[in-house]
Design a protein around this ligand. Structure first.
Ligand SMILES: [Zn+2]
Ligand SMILES: [Zn+2]
Length: 126
């Protein structure tokens, strides 16, 4: 295990109570929860800070069938695979993407502008 360093932080009472409750229900100490939350935050921060080669999954709920096809054509260089499913009356698209983060973000914006609700989950960064 990596060496630990202790430092004091002040958080709101509400956050502290949430952390305490989580620690009890997960049966771990507070430090473990704070460390994992910070690790996620740091990864997210690095992912957004500058352009890099990224790969991940873009999930979208499309407002109308066929709306994403144009975007897919424009971004075919970063789309590794694409599935389109109909679930409970919704069009759900799942795209595995790999390429520059800028381009992935532009594809996501394109989908949002065409009325989709799109969410990107990064899996690996270079
Ligand atoms: Zn990334
Ligand atoms: Zn559809």
């Amino acid at each position: 295990m990596a060496r630990k360093r202790r430092f004091g932080v002040a958080v709101s009472r509400e956050i502290a109570e949430e952390v305490d409750a989580m620690a009890r229900s997960m049966n771990v100490d507070r430090s473990k929860i704070v460390e994992e939350a910070l690790a996620d935050f740091i990864e997210e921060y690095k992912h957004k800070a500058e352009d890099h080669k990224c790969c991940g999954v873009l999930i979208a709920r499309v407002s109308k069938c066929g709306l994403v096809e144009r975007a897919l054509e424009m971004y075919r260089d970063i789309v590794v695979s694409y599935t389109h499913s109909h679930v409970e009356g919704h069009c759900i698209c799942t795209l595995v993407v790999s390429g520059s983060w800028q381009r992935i973000r532009n594809l996501q914006r394109e989908m949002v502008l065409s009325g989709s609700k799109a969410r990107y989950i990064p899996i690996a960064h270079e």
